[in-house]
Write a protein that binds this ligand. Structure first.
Ligand code: BT5
Length: 272
């Protein structure tokens, strides 16, 4: 039987979330295919903005581009937020970047160490991946109809529980701090942080959020390699633009905009 720390509780999370848009409805599930798929089903049934779905375990936890998210039970946080931003479709990538800022700003004081954002969707601490973000949106008439913001954070996962290929590349809050974390309190803090950043993004636009994002962008001004589906691009990471695209200056001086791909320090021999 799991100890209290190992059980997600809607009441405990709600107690830590002030009235806002995000978290007005909180649903904790024992096991689900993917919280993103569950939230998408709610969105298609006209669920309201701000619903947060958490699960103890995912049987089909998803990453980008058909990858999987390792989601063992009662150890981590896996949750999705249903958003209905009043944005044109082109602004969808800003949701992932906003969420990365919220995660970094919430985790930074708790951890002591500054987390790093790896464009577009990873939170990395001491060189290992702590969290990932997957935003999936549906559009109609060039507007975002809804967006599902999915977040996975390794909380109390012990390194021995990771499958072999992930051991060298993934970490958890417990591994970093040496102590177990209260997932309900952490979930509440993250929901609050996301609510604040989402409000700022919708009310004030992306400019200020982009500046905050760049503060945590470890590869800024460094030589990088960007792996895209049909091309590998090399250059210096210059930052992000108003649409959230990664800007890479090639050796020729050309500034390239990258909308989707994986970025690595140049010559690093790692895979995502
Ligand atoms: C991501 O994709 O990082 C997005 C992960 C989003 C997961 C959340 S959990 C709640 C919600 N519901 C879902 O079904 N998904 C979201 P990507 O950048 O493609 O990275 C995927 C890669 O990260 C994998 O190919 C592995 O190499 C690595 N990975 C998988 N599980 C991991 C874990 N638990 N911790 C660290 N790295 C992991």
């Amino acid at each position: 039987m799991p100890a209290d720390l190992d059980i997600l509780s809607e009441a405990a999370i709600r107690a830590g979330v002030a009235a806002g848009t995000l978290g007005r409805v909180i649903r904790c599930l024992e096991r689900v295919d993917s919280t993103n798929l569950y939230a998408r089903r709610l969105a298609e049934e006209e669920g309201p903005e701000g619903v947060v779905v958490l699960a103890e375990e995912q049987t089909q936890g998803r990453g980008r581009l058909g990858r999987t998210w390792f989601s063992p039970p009662h150890a981590n946080l896996y949750f999705s937020v249903l958003l209905r931003p009043p944005f044109p479709a082109g602004r969808a990538p800003q949701i992932t970047l906003m969420a990365a800022v919220a995660l970094a700003e919430t985790l930074h004081p708790l951890l002591g160490d500054a987390p790093e954002i790896k464009w577009p969707n990873d939170i990395v601490v001491r060189g290992k991946k702590l969290a990932g973000i997957l935003t999936e949106s549906a559009c109609a008439a060039d507007r975002i109809k809804f967006a599902i913001l999915g977040i996975g954070i390794n909380v109390n996962l012990t390194p021995g529980a990771l499958p072999e290929p992930l051991r060298a590349r993934a970490t958890s809050l417990r591994e970093l701090s040496g102590v177990p974390w209260d997932r309900n309190k952490l979930a509440a803090l993250l929901i609050q942080g996301l609510d604040r950043c989402y409000k700022e993004l919708t009310q004030r636009g992306f400019g200020e959020m982009a500046a905050r994002w760049e503060r945590y962008f470890a590869l800024k001004d460094r030589r990088v390699e960007v792996r895209m589906t049909d091309e590998v691009l090399r250059g210096v990471a210059a930052g992000i633009d108003a649409d959230g695209a990664l800007l890479v200056r090639e050796r020729s001086g050309t500034l390239r905009r990258v909308l989707a791909g994986d970025v690595f320090p140049a010559s690093a021999d790692r895979c995502s």
